[in-house]
Design a protein around this ligand. Structure first.
Ligand code: FAD
Length: 402
């Protein structure tokens, strides 16, 4: 996960080219069928793609070389992430998809040796998947300290009781990291919860359903589950980090995670933009007169290009600063890119749909998949309003506000 070896600018360009070729040649021809599903029926084909990525030395680009990866730093990985984001199966095939990548980073930094050997190793090698269970249906996820799930100590075990939802990719995962209250009497609400690793074959765990998202429940990696923990018992050694440290660890997990999401969104923007341009040129409103001749369409093309470019520069700038000064130092920048790029993503997808006319809302192109599933970008990892408010308050402090 930490770079073990610097790579030169020329080597990076070569790598980016290799990723681009793989994504365009191997993933573009298949990804629409895979997202139409059923996803599980494509698992053997996806496994073969993962093997091919491994044989080309492109698998798990975020990992250190001695962990089977490429030893890329955050700025370099961000550029790979944009390319992978152009296909909805890109990050999955290269084993750097959320929520696994966040869990890998967490276990790498804070896991015990036993946790690393039993869970992190297989996760890094792409042998198993994982999920992350923090949000609860009855309480606001945007204020997660308000949490009902408990992990009560009973001798050398925790007994976990709770109800979570939007546990992304729980279907088919081997373990989850659960956020649960372990220290209800702690003086600070931020010190009440811990992260606990729970194997999903633990008695008392139930996957209630894959939640239908605008008419589509999906399955496996492409799903979000409602789950219940009823008197689930795990050894105390399954806790990650210290008791009461859950929110501090969650912050560590979210910083780079937002960079990864933003660059993936820029990849989606680029593919949707490409579809928009091609359709604008090929669709003739009358013989010899393409849609692209209309100024409104030209405006959308120009505005989309400018917004995508601005997004990329902002995210890479934030990644560079985070790499140099750590996640805490770039809190304002992280909030800025989170709501800004999510908004650009919505606009570009919507414009691409509009240019495609009725075709745009069918499932014959990827646009409807993104429209359904990327709407969440403005909600997860902090809703827009929370980031805007945090940014504004931070700015106002410079003007004397407390
Ligand atoms: C696609 C997707 C994947 C997800 N994956 C996971 C996962 O793997 N694991 C997990 O634990 N959770 C996951 N989540 C849940 C996500 O973290 C929560 O949805 C998010 O934290 C918001 O919580 P909420 O849905 O309870 O909304 P609420 O907290 O109820 O907020 C509702 C709305 O209120 C507004 N609001 C909230 N706070 C403020 C404020 N301070 N000022 C002004 N307005 C405000 C916002 O508009 C917000 O959208 C996922 C969500 C989505 C959509």
């Amino acid at each position: 996960m930490n770079p073990t070896q610097e790579i030169s600018a020329a080597q990076l360009q070569q790598l980016l080219l290799a990723y681009r070729q793989f994504v365009e040649q191997e993933l573009f021809p298949k990804d629409l069928d895979v997202v139409k599903g059923p996803f599980k029926s494509y698992l053997p084909a996806l496994k073969a793609l993962r093997e091919k990525a491994k044989s080309l030395g492109l698998f798990a680009p975020h990992l250190a070389k001695d962990e089977g990866g490429l030893g890329l730093n955050l700025v370099q990985f961000a550029q790979v992430s944009e390319i992978l984001g152009q296909s909805p199966i890109g990050h999955y095939v290269f084993n750097c998809n959320a929520p696994d990548i966040g869990n890998m980073e967490l276990l790498h930094q804070f896991g015990s040796e036993e946790q690393k050997e039993k869970w992190l190793g297989p996760l890094q090698r792409g042998e198993i998947r994982s999920c992350f269970a923090m949000t609860e249906p009855q309480l606001p996820g945007s204020n997660p300290v308000h949490m009902a799930t408990t992990a009560t100590r009973d001798g050398e075990e925790y007994v976990i009781q709770g109800h979570k939802w939007f546990t992304t990719a729980a279907d088919g995962a081997q373990f989850t990291i659960v956020m649960a209250v372990t220290n209800p009497d702690a003086s600070s609400p931020y010190q009440k919860a811990s992260m606990i690793l729970l194997p999903l074959d633990t008695p008392g765990y139930t996957l209630v359903r894959n939640i239908s998202i605008m008419g589509e429940a999906g399955e496996d990696y492409l799903s979000h589950a409602e789950v219940k923990f009823e008197q689930c018992r795990v050894p105390v050694s399954h806790r990650i980090g210290l008791e009461g440290q859950g929110f501090a660890l969650a912050q560590e997990r979210l910083g780079p995670g937002r960079i990864h999401h933003c660059m993936r969104w820029i990849g989606i923007c680029e593919r949707a933009f490409d579809m928009l341009c091609r359709r604008a040129l090929s669709r003739e409103l009358e013989v010899g007169k393409a849609l692209a001749d209309k100024q409104t369409i030209q405006n959308w093309i120009a505005e989309s290009r400018a917004e995508i470019k601005a997004s990329r520069l902002m995210v890479l700038d934030t990644a560079q600063k985070m790499q140099e000064h750590g996640a805490k130092a770039v809190k304002e920048d992280i909030s800025t890119i989170k709501f800004f790029v999510a908004d650009v993503l919505m606009k570009v997808i919507d414009r691409a749909i509009q240019v495609h006319g009725a075709l745009g809302i069918t499932d014959d192109t990827l646009l409807s998949f993104w429209y359904r599933h990327e709407r969440g970008a403005r909600i997860y990892d902090g809703p827009d309003e929370v980031h805007k408010s945090a940014l504004a308050r931070s700015i106002l402090k410079n003007y004397g506000s407390k």
